[in-house]
Design a protein. Sequence first.
Length: 284
Amino acid sequence: MIPSAFEYHRPADVKSAVGILHEQGDEARVLAGGHSLIPMMKLRMAAVTHLVDLQDIAELKAINVDGGKISIGAMVTQHSIIADAALAKAAPILREAALQIADPQVRYCGTIGGNVANGDPANDMPGIMQCLDATFTLAGPDGTREVKARDFYEAAYVTACEDDEILVSVSFDPTSGGYAYEKQKRKIGDYATAACAVLVSMDGGKCTAASIAMTNLSDTPIWSEAASASLVGTKCSTDDIKNAVANALADIDPTEDNRGPVAFKMHVASIVITRAITRAIAAA
Ligand code: FAD
């Protein structure tokens, strides 16, 4: 199918883009890499009368790893994330996760901003952002505001981003310790049946910090406070890991779909969470 008719805008800065969104209300949508939005428009599942293409906005394309805080512009592609050596050193879990998204063709176009703003529970970056405790910066008609990734997702395709706002960047602290992103999918290039992001720090044989987030196991990404907290202070024995996995499973609510029934998803979740925690601990 072809999309219904729309007006195409290509602003050169964020202020102009926000101005168009504000003027056109919920009939306007921004276009980033187009790898989620264009298929939705072609299937007529997204009705867009004004398409605001962000590709000419240079300020959205920077990766900044200096100064103790990492900031990634919304229009940075998944390919650029993989290729950035400084970023891979400062937060290696991001590169590991980006390499598991689709295939190189998709990653050349798909952006970090589109992946996190889309609100699709199957997107990989939202769970990673929650694991990293990232902050999203949104620009709107009244200026910018910040929303924590852990507060951004309200339901499937419903986020804290208003119709006249643009996500301009994501930011988070560099990581230390062990990390892992484990993703189970039906075939190469597929979205996750279940995935889990883990960051762990160890000192003197004990866990000093842990962060555990999950992808496509509820209608939003899930950061499990209980699972993360239950590892801290333990020696991360097999029983400690089992306890953390049980806590993580208690926080998810998968639904049956073409990736399987609920019982299967809970089973796959328990495996990917166990693998991610175990691998992160081994690397810490
Ligand atoms: P777009 O499609 O342009 O936009 C997506 C949505 O976000 C739209 O509603 C748009 O209005 C909004 N948006 C975009 N940018 C902003 C912004 N800066 N501020 C506010 N709103 C914004 N993704 C995965 O995570 N894992 C996978 O395994 C995976 N597999 C895929 C396989 C295939 C074959 C394809 C086609 C896609 C796959 N994707 C996967 C999705 C891909 O990574 C998308 O590119 C990504 O989810 C959306 O990014 P985009 O830049 O293409 O955004």
